[in-house]
Write a protein that binds this ligand. Structure first.
Ligand SMILES: Cc1cc2nc3c(=O)[nH]c(=O)nc-3n(C[C@H](O)[C@H](O)[C@H](O)COP(=O)(O)O)c2cc1C
Length: 340
């Protein structure tokens, strides 16, 4: 087989893969805890998070202050009311990262969500850990890995139902691993998710079913046709090299799903209430905040998360007031100007 050569650098694809690994390994981690437990991104051109940041920072906002009032940030998600459209993203495995083993960041995050009255997401944890985490908090969405063993997925859906999850879903963007094969996480084999699989899972439960990790109109339509009631427009903090910023594809996806009644979440480097505002102004129903609360969670537990979300809520409210948005139903994307 002829080795493919990258036209920009002249490097072979093998060299590029090694370089990618090396860049990631040499990038200092801002997170405590064992290497590999919390993702460190390379910061190079292939790092989709870099493009998220650049895209977000180039969205500018015009003012519409005359007649503007303090906004009501009450947000309805799956028929329930929350204090804010900011939700706490699935950031799994954190109970293993701190030296202080008496602390349980996953439970602390769940407690913060409860105290703030915002929605909490829980990702890859065993069913036993999941049960302990939900016991500490309020409303949760359970996101299940695309396990090769489909019975395991169905089993986790059932446990989520028993534990009163508000919705359940799969992070469909976690099928490939960096070795170009189906990923293996914690020794557990992941596998392909077909549209028929999604249809089976969505039909297996009365809970709203979510496809997390949609980054194209094509997958959004497949998720809709499979009976998913919601999607998260996301690339899972840059799983795909050179991934398009979620906000760049969000407007096309929203347009494609008009009339479907689906809930559209988005995430990806939303570090402030200003970032969140841009996503909501573009038409997202709610946003997920992952790494934006991670240092606060690991350093200061529930109180740290609560303080950070309060600051973000204040920033969001400030932007809503500057642009005449009085509640969650009155965002208007025409205030946004993309500065190319
Ligand atoms: C440490 C860590 C663990 C994560 N675990 C999961 C997971 O188990 N399931 C999942 O769907 N997403 C998981 N994610 C992805 C986040 O839910 C989110 O999609 C992603 O981090 C993008 O948001 P952000 O840019 O605000 O961090 C994880 C992210 C981090 C940082």
């Amino acid at each position: 087989m002829t080795e493919k050569i990258d036209s920009a650098t002249g490097a072979s694809q093998k060299e590029l893969a090694e370089l990618r690994q090396e860049n990631t390994e040499n990038t200092p981690s801002p997170w405590p805890g064992p290497k590999g437990m919390i993702p460190v991104t390379s910061g190079q051109a292939d790092d989709a998070n870099v493009h998220n940041r650049a895209y977000l920072d180039n969205i500018l906002v015009e003012m519409r202050v005359i007649d503007s009032i303090e906004p009501d940030m009450t947000t309805e998600i799956f028929g329930r009311k929350y204090s804010s459209p900011l939700t706490l993203a699935a950031v799994s495995h954190l109970n293993k990262v701190l030296d202080d083993k008496s602390r349980k960041p996953m439970q602390e995050k769940a407690a913060a969500a409860k105290n703030l009255n915002v929605l909490n997401w829980i990702g890859m944890e065993t069913n036993e850990e999941y049960k302990e985490i939900v016991a500490a908090g309020g409303d949760t969405v359970r996101i299940i890995k695309p396990f090769a063993d489909h019975n395991k997925i169905l089993e986790e859906i059932k446990v989520a139902e028993q534990k009163n999850a508000v919705a359940v879903g799969i992070d469909i963007d976690h099928v490939p691993g960096v070795n170009g094969r189906y990923d293996i996480v914690d020794g557990i084999q992941l596998g392909a998710i077909t549209q028929d699989d999604l249809r089976t899972y969505a039909a297996s439960t009365d809970l709203p079913f979510i496809a997390k990790g949609v980054l194209s109109v094509r997958d959004a339509l497949k998720a809709r046709n499979a009976g998913c009631q919601a999607i998260v427009v996301s690339h899972h903090h840059g799983r795909i090299p050179f991934g398009v910023p979620p906000l760049m594809v969000l407007p096309q996806i929203i347009k494609a799903l008009v009339g479907s009644n689906m809930t559209i979440f988005v995430d990806g480097s939303l570090m402030s209430g200003f970032d969140a505002y841009k996503a909501l102004a573009m038409g997202a129903d709610a946003v997920l905040i992952g790494r934006g609360i991670l240092p606060e969670l690991l350093d200061d537990g529930a109180a740290g998360v609560e303080d950070k979300i309060r600051v973000m809520n204040a920033q969001l409210s400030e932007m809503m007031m500057y642009t005449g948005v009085k509640n969650m139903n009155s965002f208007d994307s025409s205030v946004l100007h993309i500065n190319n």
